[in-house]
Design a protein around this ligand. Structure first.
Ligand code: TXA
Ligand code: MG
Length: 336
């Protein structure tokens, strides 16, 4: 049996459950076919919230031009501040309607879109994107997802979809419809169930404002981006990074206390392994970083479901997708 298909995890309940649905109907589970996508698009067009799968993680989508709909994303996630959101578009031509694209942006877009790369670009004055999406910035984070269901929804909706990861603020990102239902179910209108996400960590974020800068390690390895550009990326200020150390804990955190670079589990710890180690759960017995990224959040959800109070994690090599995995694990392990 697949371990992550259970409908609810008691431990993954929203921190502050809120109901921000358009009506009192129950959460709709939609199938990823034409009928389901049309229904989902209609809900978005009415200002509702729809969670949908991408290749990275499940997103919580709203019409990016609708202030009220975007505000309800923040409410449903219990997100304390207006951190800017990523806008999803169906193709590069649509991106150019909303953003200025310089040579670097075009080069990266050609090479990696559709895909797990988000570009921060100058927002065009006429774009019509809600200021709540950009948190008032004059730049926009955009991405063309590489997923049949996300692409189908973007086509059916025919507009920009703002979507952060579909988890309660500060909790583990969702890589299945069951994760979304457990975390946000009461506060959103619908979930399009497209199965498990293949990449499993969020997109890599690169700013193309000035010299290209890495803002967040993610699903496209930094090495691949630098090879494409023929130059190293500036190590940019990660927009998720805290201004005070305590804020680190607000991301990707399981319930249990996390200890990194653990050779073995101490008494009372559950080992999240990597490679050929004797572990309760293993990200990849074969030591494959792609498999480990795909399983990371599902394993953290599973550790919550097991009630693991202390979690030890094997060392993960800091290359390729290992950089994104280590970034998420460092946040999970940060003092709370
Ligand atoms: O893979 C992903 O990127 C997923 C899926 C759903 O597409 N989405 C996602 O969104 O991870 P979210 O909201 O969890 O992360 C958005 C990140 C935040 O760190 C935010 O600060 C940054 O993007 N961001 C958004 N707009 C920005 C901007 N204009 N300038 C700099 N950073 C920005
Ligand atoms: Mg997130």
């Amino acid at each position: 049996m697949h371990p992550f298909t259970r409908p609810t995890y008691p431990s993954a309940a929203p921190l502050q459950p809120k109901r921000h649905v358009m009506n009192d109907e129950q959460l709709l589970m939609l199938s990823p076919d034409v009928a389901g996508l049309e229904k989902a698009a209609a809900i978005l067009a009415r200002g509702g919230l729809v969670s949908f799968p991408t290749e990275t993680v499940y997103g919580l989508g709203a019409d990016a031009r609708d202030d009220k709909a975007v505000a309800s994303i923040y409410a449903a996630k219990g997100r304390p501040s207006f951190n800017p959101l990523i806008v999803h578009l169906s193709d590069v031509a649509a991106v150019a309607d909303y953003c200025e694209m310089n040579d670097t942006a075009r080069q990266l877009a050609d090479a990696f879109w559709p895909g797990a790369l988000t570009l921060v670009l100058p927002l065009r004055a006429v774009a019509g994107i809600s200021k709540l999406v950009t948190a008032g910035l004059d730049t926009l984070a955009v991405r063309v997802p590489d997923h049949r269901v996300a692409g189908g929804l973007l086509q059916a909706f025919g507009g920009p979809i703002a979507a952060p990861s579909a988890n309660p603020s500060g909790r583990i990102s969702p890589t299945s419809a069951a994760h979304v239902a457990a975390g946000l179910g009461a506060g959103i209108d619908a979930i399009v169930d497209g199965g498990d996400c293949s990449v499993g960590v969020e997109s890599t974020i690169v700013s193309c404002i000035g010299a290209p800068a890495l803002l967040r390690a993610g699903g496209i390895p930094v090495e691949a981006l630098e090879a494409c550009l023929g130059q190293p990326l500036v190590q940019g200020q990660d927009t998720d990074l805290p201004t005070a150390p305590g804020q680190l804990a607000s991301h990707y955190a399981p319930q249990g206390k996390v200890r990194l670079n653990a050779a073995y589990a101490e008494e009372g710890e559950v080992l999240l392994g990597f490679g050929p180690v004797d572990a309760a759960l293993n990200l990849s017995v074969a030591g494959d970083l792609i498999e480990a990224a795909a399983r990371l959040f599902a394993c953290l959800h599973e550790l919550d479901a097991m009630g693991a109070a202390r979690i030890a994690v094997s060392p993960i090599p800091d290359r390729g997708l290992g950089r994104a995995i280590n970034d998420r694990l460092r946040r999970a392990a940060a003092p709370r």
